[in-house]
Design a protein around this ligand. Structure first.
Ligand code: PMP
Length: 374
């Protein structure tokens, strides 16, 4: 596939085919929003055909089924990468994207790793913004919900060779979403299954890319967690049981270190960790704030247990687009219950990060460089 973004599709070429009024769907009540269940009326599609010069013109169409040959590479070898971002309706009624250029960079990196064509991220942001403005009434009018954006790129060569796909389809679909977790995790914090017999990513693998093939195999383990009454999986790695991620979130640990200083720790981008937009944003906010030490380093289960017994573990939380910041209050570690005192802290840092991020996303900080008005 072509690697020069100059050969990218262009927003200027976008065509729009609107859904006829009788096909427009009723919008669900925000209280009924289940993650990823309801879709807006339109979608964005961009085909790539190497034989036709690469990227074709972008088109917005009614949301419709895809017609794929049964040999389509994406269906056999998971030649598929995707993104997850959100559009937020601010207090002023304006709709904003949060650092979408980071999602574009990550999608291009994932595409390269899966032998899929790359593109110009700025052009795609403009196409997606147009899609959102067409379906703008689907962006919830409240600050506990938002519009989830799912850009997807699949290899569609109808041939069974395990090889680069010479044709591809990019599409983006949108869903109004509410709070990610069903329980009131704001008050209780989430519970995790930590089972070292499973791992999500490994050195030399592609855990740091957003390919669908990283997610399918996690469902079984997530089911094991659910059966034990636990909400998410704490992904461990290696003989020393390093903490890597939690569910589909990056993980943060806030501690008092051996020198008595407060320290925020998250695992480094060592190839095992998805480089989250929320992760990068929390690190920036924390470094700018300069009130405690901020470290990207590995942390193991042994260290977590020691920190708990020495009462030096203050908070633990997951961070990601879907749930922003998700406090952790319990870990089931080899059937040993560990209580994490995240919810007991006064002036908790996870609450400060959540508030700061929501303020930027919902337009409380005018003209913030991380918020792109559409
Ligand atoms: N880790 C994994 C495995 C994920 O799928 C996601 C969601 N993209 C994240 C972390 C969080 O990334 P972001 O903050 O960009 O949503």
């Amino acid at each position: 596939p072509q690697q020069e973004p100059e050969r990218s599709f262009k927003y200027a070429d976008l065509t729009v085919r609107l859904a006829p009024p009788h096909l427009l769907q009723p919008k669900p009540d925000v209280r009924d929003l289940v993650f990823g269940k309801y879709f807006t009326d339109h979608m964005l599609k961009i085909f790539y055909h190497e034989d036709l010069g690469g990227w074709q013109t972008p088109e917005i169409t009614p949301l419709e089924n895809l017609v794929l040959h049964p040999a389509t590479k994406a269906l056999h070898y998971a030649v598929q990468v995707f993104e997850g971002a959100k559009a937020y309706r601010g207090r002023d009624g304006k709709i904003r994207l949060f650092r979408p250029e980071l999602n574009m960079e990550r999608l291009n990196r994932s595409a390269s790793r899966f032998g899929l064509p790359v593109f110009n991220g700025g052009e795609l942001i403009k196409c997606i913004s147009r899609l959102i403005s067409i379906d703008q009434e689907w962006v919830p009018h409240c600050e506990t919900a938002s519009l989830y954006i799912r850009p997807t790129l699949i290899g569609v060569d109808p041939t069974l060779g395990v090889a680069v796909s010479r044709s591809a389809l990019f599409y983006a679909i949108l869903c109004p979403v509410g709070s990610y977790f069903h329980n009131s995790s704001d008050k209780k914090g989430i519970s995790l299954l930590a089972d070292p017999s499973y791992t999500r990513a490994w050195q030399g693998g592609c855990g740091d890319q957003k390919g669908g093939s990283n997610y399918g195999p996690t469902i079984h383990i997530q089911e094991k967690a659910s059966q034990k009454g636990l909400q998410q999986v704490l992904w461990l790695h290696g003989a020393d049981m390093q903490l890597t991620e939690v569910g589909t979130m990056n993980i943060f640990v806030f501690i008092v270190n051996e020198n008595g200083e407060k320290e925020l720790i998250t695992p480094p981008l060592n190839g095992l960790i998805l480089p989250g937009v929320t992760r990068a944003s929390i690190l920036s906010i924390a470094r700018e704030l300069n009130q405690f030490k901020v470290t990207e380093r590995n942390i193991t289960m042994e260290e977590i247990c020691r920190l708990i017994s020495e009462k030096r573990l203050l908070e633990m939380f997951g961070a990601g687009t879907a749930c922003v910041v998700s406090p952790i209050s319990h870990i089931d570690f080899l059937d040993r219950p560990l209580h994490i005192p995240t919810m007991e802290q006064s002036d908790a840092v996870h609450k400060m990060f959540l508030k700061t991020l929501l303020e930027i996303q919902y337009g409380y900080q005018p003209n913030h460089p991380w918020a792109l008005e559409i």
